[in-house]
Structure formats: C-alpha cells, structure tokens
Design a protein around this ligand. Structure first.
Ligand code: ASP
Length: 439
C-alpha cells in the first residue's frame, strides 16, 4: 500500500504548520510520496510566497531593483528552517535564483521556486530524497502537459523503497525551461504522482475538512460531504467549488484511485472521499449545491428552427470564432438560448451578435444579463421521485423566479437559472428543503 500526500500552502506556511505535517506523515508509513505547495498565508492578510515571487520577478523583468523583495521571500523560508531547528541554509539556492531573475528566466521559473524551495526544506525535515519536478514532469514545446513521458519518468524515478518529496506546480519543457500548471496546480502534480506510482489513495491535505454541501458564505455551518463521485464533483466544481483544482481529477480518475480531502489542522476528521463509484448512499437526496453569478443568456429565435439542419452549429460557431465557451444551451422548438460568462462575453458582444446574424440568419436575438446558475447535484436524485418538484416548490415559496431549467441527461444534476439578486435566497431555499427540514 502506498499513499501520495499533497499539502497545500496554508499547511506549510510556517514551522508550526510543518510540524503538524511531519506528524501526519510519520504516523503512517504508507504516506510515502509527498507533494508540497509553496508557503501560503500564515494569517488572513498575509501574502502567499507564490504571489511574492510573481511580484518580485515583475520588478526584475522591468529592469528594476528586486533585492528587497527577494530578501523578504528568503526570510519566509528562513523562518521555517530555524523554527524547525534544521541545520542548513538556502543561500546558494537564492544566489542562483537572483542570477536567473537577472537573466530574465521567466515568470513560470520565478513562481515555481516557491514549491522547489519548500520541497528542499521538506526533504531535509523528513530526511528523505528530493526529486526536482523539472526532472520528472514534462510539457511539450507548445507548453502542453506530456502525460506519457511524465508517467514513464516518474514511475522509474519513484520506484525505490524510500520516501520521496516531489514539489508541486511545475515541470519542464524540452528546452529545459520551467513551466508551471495554472494557479493551484500542485493538486495536479499530486494526482500525476499518484497515477505514476499506482497509489492506493491520493490524500490532499488542506485547511478544511473536505467539501461542504453548500458555500459557507451563503449557508451558516453547512454539513460536510462524506463521499462524492468524480462525476458529481465535476458537476459541482465547474460551478465554482474551490477546494481542489478541477484538472487534478483526471489522472487519478482514469486509474480508479480515490482522493481523500483532509484537514491538516484537524487530522482526526475523515474528510471527503472522492471516488469512481460507490454503493454508499449520500446522507441526503442531494450531494451538493453550487452556483455562480454573472452569466448572460443570448436568446435566439427563428421560425421553424427545429427543422433547419445545422442551425445550432452555426450559432455556436459565432461563439467559437470569438473564443467564447458556453455553459449551457437549453432550447425550445423555435428558440435556443446560449449561457455564457458575462465578463468574457461583454466586450465581444456585438461581434458575436453580428456573427450569429451572418451565420444563422435568425429572426431575433435578445440578451439578458446578470443571471446566476445553480447546480443541484446528487447521485441519489436518479432513484428519488419528486426531487425537481421539491426544488421548484421551495423556490416558489421563497419568491424566486426560475428563469431556466436544465436537467442533465445523467439525472445527476439539475441546473437552475435565476437572477443574480435571487442567488443566495435560492441556495438557502434548496439547502433548507433537502438538508435542514428534509421534507
Ligand atoms: N503555489 C501555487 C499557487 O499559489 C500552486 C499551488 O499552491 O497549488 O497557485
């Protein structure tokens, strides 16, 4: 049995946090592959080291003096090293970093040093091997992740019996330059490592005890989710859940490796298990509710639309030509609506409308803005009668006007469009009916 354990930035922000992490790792021999993030915030107004690195490099890139900024970053690491009572320093590493900044090694290189240096400290602390991610995680020349080459290199390199640390967030391109994943990408590294070593579980340690049924900024003390399937999570994550980078699901999902979200500050809690499939029923009919404000609906009408072959493709082509992805496309017999993110769409609006006219020749186009989409997700919905009825009567009782309904063909989710102003009320009403009153 082996486990990959990834620790987020807040779990590694200080020596005190490192100690908690050390305890978690040492108490289980199977926790063999360790993927650290860069030090995150120690308190609410603190700055993440990754952000400090980006800001520092921006100065270097502009030819300005960046000495002070780099020293402040060094202090963050020194505080951890002395706090842990370790006997080494990062002077040589920082001299190299300074040189590379002067040579303008790029902002990806700069940001990656956050994880790289934290990985070195972690390996010293655990007294185990350090594997530079640049040697085992690869991107092609175009900057796309190279899954096969990475998997081969990682599984070869990590085949030894001992513990190893692989820093998160970055890898390298064929020319040797460093490339990072998108922000929060250490989660992806953890997943890639788990796949390569054939881990039994990928533990993702953070500062919350897993996923909650609803956003705690809207629902006070919402219940946690014990078990969620990858598919359910996809339906919730693209609507805005923030605990886990959404791309980190794919490598482990292919291999059937479960992800366990755990809390470094409350390791006794079991957290949330993300699994391929499960016979465990969720506690409630719904597994979770998530949503997002700021959508636009473009309503397109044309008589006899239903009989015109290729109409939908032509409409969507206008969005594609302008580099806009759509969220949902509910349709009627002579109407079709395309939901898009308002901030992406706003400045291209007239180009898209002109494109639809040119390509699809509709009778009319009308645009609504400030809409919110809410996804109600649950594997339990399939086998429970009346779920939709309960949702809509709860919304009606709360005076929320439903602007759009879309039930996924998997019966795993129901998407509801409401106006931005009704967003919080709608989520409260749905949570209330399924979780609080369980009517
Ligand atoms: N340190 C990087 C970030 O802040 C990556 C990560 O923490 O996952 O985005």
């Amino acid at each position: 049995m082996s486990k990959v354990v990834k620790f987020g930035g807040s779990s590694l922000a200080s020596a005190e946090q490192f100690r908690k992490v050390g305890k978690i790792i040492f108490e289980d021999e199977e926790r063999k592959y360790v993927v650290p993030s860069a030090p995150g915030k120690r308190f609410a107004k603190d700055v993440k080291v990754t952000d400090m690195l980006y800001a520092c490099y921006a100065k270097a890139d502009a030819g300005e003096d960046f000495g002070l900024e780099l020293d402040q970053i060094k202090e963050r690491y020194e505080e951890i090293i002395t706090g842990l009572g370790l006997d080494f320093d990062l002077d040589g590493e920082f001299a190299k970093i300074r040189e590379c900044f002067e040579k303008k090694a790029g902002s990806d290189y700069a940001a990656s040093r956050g994880e790289y240096l934290n990985g070195i400290i972690m390996a010293h602390y655990l007294d185990c091997e350090f594997v530079d991610a640049a040697d085992v995680i690869f991107f092609n020349a175009a900057g796309e992740f190279d899954a096969q080459a990475t998997n081969d290199a990682l599984s070869r390199r990590l085949s030894g019996p001992g513990r190893a640390v692989v820093p998160g967030f970055y890898g390298s391109k064929p020319d040797g330059s460093v490339k990072t994943f998108s922000r929060g990408g250490s989660d992806i590294t953890g997943s890639i490592v788990a796949k390569a070593v054939g881990a039994d579980v990928y533990e993702n340690w953070t500062d919350v005890s897993g996923f909650l049924i609803a956003d705690p900024r809207i629902i006070k003390n919402p219940q946690g989710i014990d078990t969620i399937t990858y598919r359910e999570l996809r339906e919730l994550s693209y609507m805005g859940a923030t605990v886990l980078h959404e791309e980190s699901i794919f490598p482990v999902r292919q291999e059937g490796i479960p992800i366990n979200i755990r809390n470094t500050n409350a390791p006794q809690e079991r957290g949330t298990w993300i699994v391929g499939s499960t016979c465990q029923k969720s506690k409630y009919v719904i597994t979770g509710i998530a949503g997002k404000k700021g959508f636009c609906a473009i309503n397109i009408e044309k008589d006899m639309m239903n009989a015109e072959i290729g109409f939908g493709r032509k409409v969507l082509q206008a969005f594609e030509e302008n580099g806009i992805s759509f969220e949902h496309v509910p349709s009627g017999i002579d109407t079709m609506t395309v939901f898009v993110h308002q901030d992406e769409f706003m400045h291209k609006e007239q180009k898209v409308v002109a494109g639809i006219h040119r390509l699809a020749n509709p009778d009319s186009i009308d645009i609504e803005s400030d809409l919110a989409l809410i996804a109600v997700v649950g594997r339990g919905m399939k086998s429970t009668r009346g779920t939709a009825g309960r949702i809509f009567s709860a919304l009606a009782h709360s005076n929320v006007n439903v602007r759009m309904i879309d039930q996924g063909s998997s019966e795993l989710n129901i998407i509801i469009g409401v106006s931005d102003d009704d967003f919080e009320t709608a989520i409260k009403a749905i949570y209330d009916i399924f979780v609080v009153t369980k009517l």
